[in-house]
Write a protein that binds this ligand. Structure first.
Ligand SMILES: Cc1cc2nc3c(=O)[nH]c(=O)nc-3n(C[C@H](O)[C@H](O)[C@H](O)COP(=O)(O)O)c2cc1C
Length: 206
C-alpha cells in the first residue's frame, strides 16, 4: 500500500498545541505529512508554543523539519499563499486533510467556498473530490453563523471534532487533555493510537 499523504492546516485559533501534537503522531504513524500554516496560525503558534515558524517557505520548511527531526521525504510545507502547490489541484488531492485547530474565520471561508489561500483551496479540493476531511473548531461561545457553517460542512461529509477535552479517562496533566483531543482526531481519520484509555478499558478507583 502507498504511504498515505496527510495535509494538516494549523490556523489562527487558540490551541496550536493540538496541531503540533497531531503532527507528531501522524509522522509517527508513517504518513507523509504536509503542514500548512495561516498567517494568524503562525502568530498564535509563536505566542502559545514559542515556535517561530515565520518567514519564507524554505525557512519555515527547514524549521518544521528540524522541530520534528523529519526529512524531506516525510515532511513538506507550502506557504499559505502558494496556490501553485500540487495540493491546490484535485489531480493531486491528499488522502486526508485536517484543519487543527480551525479558527472561525477559516471555517467561514471554507464553508463559503472562498478558496482565497492554500488552506481554503485544499479544503475546496477535498470537498469537491469527496475525500476525508476533519475539522477541529476552537471557539466559545458559538453564534449562529459558526453553528450554521459547521452544520453545512458536516452535511457535506466533513468530520467535525471540536477541541473539547473530556475528563472521563482520568487526565492528570495538560498533555493528557491535549492527547484526548488528538486521539479523537485520529479516531475520525481511522488511524490507530494509544493516546488515551478508552471507556471500558479503564481501571476505576471508585
Ligand atoms: C492569541 C489569539 C488567539 C485566538 N484564538 C482564536 C480562537 O480560539 N478561535 C477563533 O476562531 N479565532 C481566534 N483568534 C482570531 C483569529 O486568529 C483571527 O480571526 C484570524 O483572522 C484567523 O485567521 P485564519 O483563519 O486565516 O488563521 C485568535 C487570535 C489570537 C491572536
Amino acid at each position: 500500500m502507498n504511504t498515505p499523504h496527510v495535509v494538516l492546516a494549523i490556523t489562527g485559533a487558540s490551541g496550536s498545541i493540538y496541531g503540533i501534537r497531531l503532527a507528531q503522531e501522524l509522522l509517527k504513524s508513517g504518513a507523509r505529512l504536509t503542514i500548512l500554516l495561516s498567517r494568524s496560525g503562525g502568530a498564535v503558534l509563536k505566542s502559545e508554543c514559542g515556535l517561530q515558524w515565520e518567514g519564507d517557505e524554505a525557512t519555515v520548511t527547514r524549521r518544521m523539519r528540524e522541530h520534528f527531526s523529519a526529512g524531506a521525504d516525510r515532511l513538506s510545507h507550502y506557504a499559505a499563499d502558494n496556490l501553485f502547490a500540487p495540493i491546490a489541484s484535485g489531480s493531486s488531492a491528499p488522502d486526508s486533510f485536517v484543519v487543527c485547530p480551525c479558527s472561525m474565520g477559516s471555517l467561514g471561508r471554507i464553508a463559503a467556498g472562498i478558496s482565497g489561500n492554500l488552506i481554503e483551496r485544499t479544503a475546496d479540493v477535498m470537498l469537491k473530490e469527496r475525500r476525508p476531511f476533519v475539522l477541529v473548531p476552537r471557539e466559545t461561545p458559538l453564534h449562529d453563523i459558526h453553528l450554521e457553517n459547521l452544520l453545512k460542512l458536516s452535511r457535506m461529509g466533513v468530520r467535525i471534532v471540536p477541541a473539547m477535552p473530556a475528563f472521563y479517562h482520568g487526565p492528570r496533566s495538560l498533555e493528557d487533555l491535549v492527547d484526548f483531543v488528538v486521539g479523537k482526531v485520529l479516531d475520525s481519520m481511522g488511524m490507530e493510537h494509544r493516546l488515551f484509555t478508552r471507556w471500558g478499558d479503564m481501571k476505576r478507583e471508585w
